[in-house]
Design a protein around this ligand. Structure first.
Ligand SMILES: NC(=O)c1ccc[n+]([C@@H]2O[C@H](COP(=O)([O-])OP(=O)(O)OC[C@H]3O[C@@H](n4cnc5c(N)ncnc54)[C@H](O)[C@@H]3O)[C@@H](O)[C@H]2O)c1
Length: 312
């Protein structure tokens, strides 16, 4: 049976400025291309300029004349995040959309960020947390929207308050689930704090379902010499239109979250098929672990301590 194609018509984004992390690959590349196609100027902060240049060329093939800007960013380094924040604040252009999309998954052995934090917690949660704080004045100036990508892995995850950084014991899957739960909790807490303080910024949470990106592929820097069994299975299912999405469809929930006029910041955008792993994008009630306001408030304080940033 041919796969059912899902698509989205975005509003006209001419005159808007968007920042999309992880835009050199996978889902983020698709998000950046779609926002540029709708007329937005897209800032693409990347770790690797060669990959960034290739991504820009790919987007310009689809969107001739796309307004794209490469910047340097390593989300596993607070110094790199601060440097990007300082540069963009000095330039002063308001930011309408920040899409916190970049992420890493399952280094088989525990790895740490430049700041000594477990890599997945650091890159997937503390990095976007610090980046959002750095860009808050520009987001406030635009009345902008922050979209943060969580994962189906957050659905059954919990926060290990007594071993947040997996210092005592490391389980790659648990640490990933925790990091994606943390970033989702951050997205909802940001919405509550913005509303309470009158920042005028909307924070919306999305998840892409499951799609065969490079997240689980061979990556020497992640200690993986070959594609994992999971990514081979996801590729197989995706090619046959079974259960999971495609790299193309997986970008749609974040795009909907970033642009829907009726988004309130309390819902979870994701694919609405069986198990939430594929299907048409839409909004639903957040999974239970994402609804804990106690965990979200506690994590906010811990994240401020660990990153040294303040939302002012
Ligand atoms: N693919 C899936 O099935 C799936 C499922 C659930 C959630 N997600 C989430 O979707 C998001 C996008 O992932 P993807 O599937 O496109 O994976 P991907 O590996 O194709 O892309 C991840 C991107 O993040 C960037 N990145 C990683 N570490 C970084 C760092 N330290 N600094 C800056 N950029 C960094 C990478 O360079 C890459 O561009 C991630 O947050 C991931 O957790 C993906």
């Amino acid at each position: 049976m041919p796969r059912r194609q899902h698509d989205l018509t975005l509003p006209d984004l001419a005159g808007r400025r968007a920042v999309v992390t992880g835009a050199s690959d996978g889902i983020g590349l698709g998000i950046a291309a779609a926002l540029a196609g709708a007329g937005a100027e897209v800032v693409m902060p990347v770790r690797n300029r060669t990959k960034g240049d290739a991504a820009v060329a790919r987007i310009r093939e689809q969107v001739p004349g796309a307004r794209l800007e490469l910047r340097d960013l390593d989300l596993s380094s607070l110094a790199s995040i601060a440097a990007l924040g300082e540069t963009l604040r000095a330039e002063g252009t308001p930011i309408d959309h920040l899409v916190n999309n970049a992420g890493v998954m399952h280094p088989p052995e525990r790895q740490a960020t430049a700041d000594g934090v477990e890599l997945q917690l650091g890159t997937n949660h503390l990095g976007p947390f610090a980046l959002t704080a750095q860009l808050l004045p520009l987001l406030r100036a635009a009345g902008g929207r922050v979209t943060t990508q969580t994962s189906v892995a957050a659905r059954r995850a919990s926060i290990a308050w007594d071993d947040l950084g997996s210092d005592r014991s490391y389980d790659a899957m648990k640490a990933y689930g925790q990091s994606k739960l943390a970033t989702g909790l951050f997205g909802y807490e940001l919405q509550r704090r913005s509303q309470a303080a009158g920042w005028g910024v909307t924070s919306v949470v999305s998840h892409p379902g499951v799609a065969p990106t490079g997240l689980l592929s061979a990556r020497p820097e992640m200690g993986r010499t070959e594609d994992t069994r999971e990514v081979r299975l996801i590729r197989w299912l995706s090619a046959r239109g079974i259960l999971v999405g495609t790299v193309d469809s997986a970008r749609l929930p974040a795009l909907l979250a970033a642009t829907a006029a009726d988004a309130t910041g309390t819902e979870l955008y994701g694919p609405q098929g069986v198990g939430g792993t594929g299907g048409r994008p839409g909004a639903q009630e957040p999974w239970k672990p994402l609804r804990s306001t106690d965990d979200a408030a506690r994590l906010w304080e811990v994240s401020q301590e660990l990153t040294g940033v303040s939302f002012g």
